[in-house]
Design a protein around this ligand. Structure first.
Ligand code: ADP
Length: 639
């Protein structure tokens, strides 16, 4: 019996977007359908190799063009689908996270990004509706019933049992749209066009993609002599793709363009990768690998549904997509595949998770990626900067998440903005340029470079010409904390309390100031008792009257970062110190207030809020802040 089912609202919305989307390149539908067929063959082949119930066969993909009926048919003898799978896999589009997908699509900047998003969420099959007015799918699993699925890609689809299907696998019949002024759909009935598209997008599919191709042969007379301008049409079956897995070739046979084309096809990207690595390793465990760093951040990298990993093949048979074991967490943005003849096809996924051989492969791939990055850094600064802008956070995460375990491997790959130049610099070059007497590597944190550059604490560093690293990533300070030092030089936040850096002279000067102004400091402290743990003087300010520093390890920046995440929010507090510039006019004024507690209270609160604002933080109680300023202005008027 034929069942008609409605697409879910989300699926309908998605379909609309895909079909009418800015996809100028309708050609990609063929790549999507072929790659589904190839996946289906992979799945069947795996079963045939591991389970006797599945007879082995000649695995192939067929393309048929029917000019009369305007259909393009793609057939594979792969795993096929049962009824539930038809509903789940073809009746539901972009199952996982389709809401997120739609909102991403809607906000895509440009067409390139749209295509990238579509590729990543896998609406592959439905891309065929860009060229189809109707699609029929005939499919059967080994030892299962045959089904026909049909849909015009609008509101609904139908599914019915089809007893006429005898072969295992899937046949997809695409009824092409009628040619219009905007687009000539009938080009997909042209053998030459299809041959070119397969070469372009699906050349490395490991199964033969076959098509009957018509060619013209000159006619011959009875004596075997060629008759001029007369031809016979000959139909022969042709395999359109080259099939040899790229990674099994010799590096010398493979052009960089081939590596890039393969990447784009395999990992659905529109842009060449930033870097491609071709590995052939003959060690304790032998394997071939293709490893890529995408030029841009994969669209879903930060979503929960993102799966890191490299695709795993054993003896060129596909085993698992995104095998997590093959890549460390902090390199989750890396794409690629690994093929090893030493692995058995029977390995289960559970075993793979702890397989010592895979761990070895992971370690050597990690090394290769890091050495490639080092090379890139030395040879192409611009490209490396681009890499770092996209993925620098992940390297820092690598140091943080291993509690500094990866410090040695990663510290020289880090680059930082800094006070003294517009270029990003390494820690090595910071240290090389340090003055002999400089004990620490200084850094300042904030949300943007602009706001960091305005920090009052920077004033004295600017004046003395001491360089300061400017950190705007949330993870920065945590990563430095895990590193502790670089080349024996400890890191120091310029917003931390720096009394231990004072010379004995400076220290005694400040001690004297503190004792001379004890009453006023006490009064300020009393006014800010819920906010700061100490009020003192500093010599690090030039123009600003006050700044806030922190004591004992946890900086204000760290407190703010921890507050952003629900698990750590409110758990860690920094110990703030209000530091006063004794040279400032405002301090002169404060001195005149002596024991005028009420006015000192107001001034202290305003100064505290000022320091927060200048250091890029929010004032907690804005109403009180405004009220205090207004009161002062009123007093000014009354004078
Ligand atoms: P994706 O391939 O990204 O998962 P598609 O919309 O292209 O998304 O396909 C959805 C699912 O439908 C596939 O994951 C697969 O399970 C199933 N499918 C599609 N084409 C075939 C095919 N030729 N043979 C078997 N299953 C298929």
């Amino acid at each position: 019996m034929k069942e008609i089912k409605q697409f879910q609202t989300e699926s309908r919305e998605l379909l609309n977007l895909v079909i009418n989307s800015i996809y100028s390149n309708k050609d990609v539908f063929l790549r999507e359908i072929i790659s589904n067929a190839s996946d289906a063959l992979d799945k069947y082949k795996y079963l045939a190799l591991t389970d006797k119930k599945y007879p082995s066969r000649e695995y192939e993909i067929w393309i048929e063009l029917d000019k009369e009926n305007k259909t393009l048919t793609i057939t594979d003898n792969g795993i096929g689908m049962d009824k539930d799978e038809l509903v789940d896999d073809l009746g539901t589009i972009a199952k996982s996270g389709s809401k997120e997908f739609i909102s991403k699509l809607k906000s895509a900047k440009d067409q390139k990004e749209t295509i990238n998003i579509i590729g990543q969420f896998g609406v592959g099959f439905y891309s065929a509706y860009m060229v189809a007015k109707n699609i029929e799918v005939y499919t059967k699993k080994e030892n299962g019933k045959g089904y026909k699925f049909e849909s015009d890609g609008q509101e609904s689809y139908s599914i019915e049992e089809d007893k006429s299907i005898t072969d295992t696998g899937t046949k997809i019949v695409i009824h092409l749209k009628d040619d219009s002024e905007e687009f000539e759909y009938s080009q997909y009935l042209d053998e030459y066009v299809i041959e070119e598209l397969i070469k372009k997008y699906s050349n490395y599919i490991r199964y033969p993609i076959k098509m009957n191709v018509t060619s013209k042969e000159p006619k011959k007379d009875a004596d075997g002599k060629v008759i001029e301008n007369e031809y016979n049409e000959v139909v022969e079956t042709k395999t359109l793709n080259s099939m040899v897995p790229l990674w099994k070739k010799n590096r010398s046979e493979v052009k960089d363009e081939d590596l890039n084309a393969f990447y784009k096809e395999q990992f659905s990207d529109y842009e060449d990768p930033l870097s491609s690595m071709f590995l052939k390793v003959d060690g304790l465990i032998c394997y071939n690998a293709l490893v890529y760093i995408p030029s841009h951040i994969p669209a879903d990298l930060y979503s929960d549904s993102y799966e890191k990993g490299l695709d795993l093949y054993a003896k060129s048979v596909f085993i698992q997509k995104n095998c997590k074991t093959l890549i460390p967490d902090y390199l989750k943005f890396v794409k690629g595949l690994v093929d090893s003849d030493d692995l058995s096809l029977n390995v289960s996924r559970e075993i793979l998770q702890n397989d010592a051989r895979l761990n070895k492969i992971r370690d050597s791939i990690e090394k290769k990626v890091l050495s490639t990055l080092k090379d890139l850094m030395e040879k192409d600064e611009e490209k490396y900067n681009k890499f770092f802008e996209n993925y620098g956070t992940f390297l820092k995460f690598g140091i943080y998440s291993t509690y500094g375990g990866k410090k040695e491997d990663l510290q020289d790959l880090l680059i930082y903005n800094n006070l003294n130049s517009d270029k990003m610099i390494t820690l090595k070059s910071y240290v090389e340029r340090m003055d002999k007497d400089q004990k620490y590597i200084y850094y300042a944190c904030g949300k943007t470079l602009e706001s960091i550059r305005l920090l009052p604490q920077l004033e004295s560093y600017k004046k003395k010409g001491i360089d300061v690293l400017l950190l705007k990533d949330n993870i920065d300070e945590f990563a430095l904390m895990m590193m502790r030092d670089y080349d024996g030089k400890q890191f120091k936040n310029i917003s931390s309390e720096t009394s231990e850096e004072l010379t004995p002279d400076e220290k005694s000067k400040i001690d004297t100031l503190v004792s001379e102004n004890k009453e006023i400091l006490d009064n300020i402290k009393e006014a800010l008792k819920d906010e700061v743990s100490e009020v003192t003087f500093t010599n690090k300010l030039v123009d600003a009257p006050v700044c806030l520093s922190s004591k004992d390890g946890v900086s204000m920046n760290m407190e703010e970062v921890m507050d952003q995440s629900p698990e750590t929010s409110g758990k860690i507090k920094s110990r703030k110190v209000l530091e006063i510039n004794p040279e400032s006019k405002l301090f002169e004024m404060l001195k005149t207030l002596k024991d005028d507690k009420e006015n000192i209270d107001t001034c202290a609160k305003i100064l505290y809020s000022e320091a927060l604002l200048l250091q890029g933080y929010d004032v907690k109680d804005k109403t009180e802040f405004v009220k205090n300023i207004n009161e002062l202005m009123i007093k000014l008027g009354q004078k």
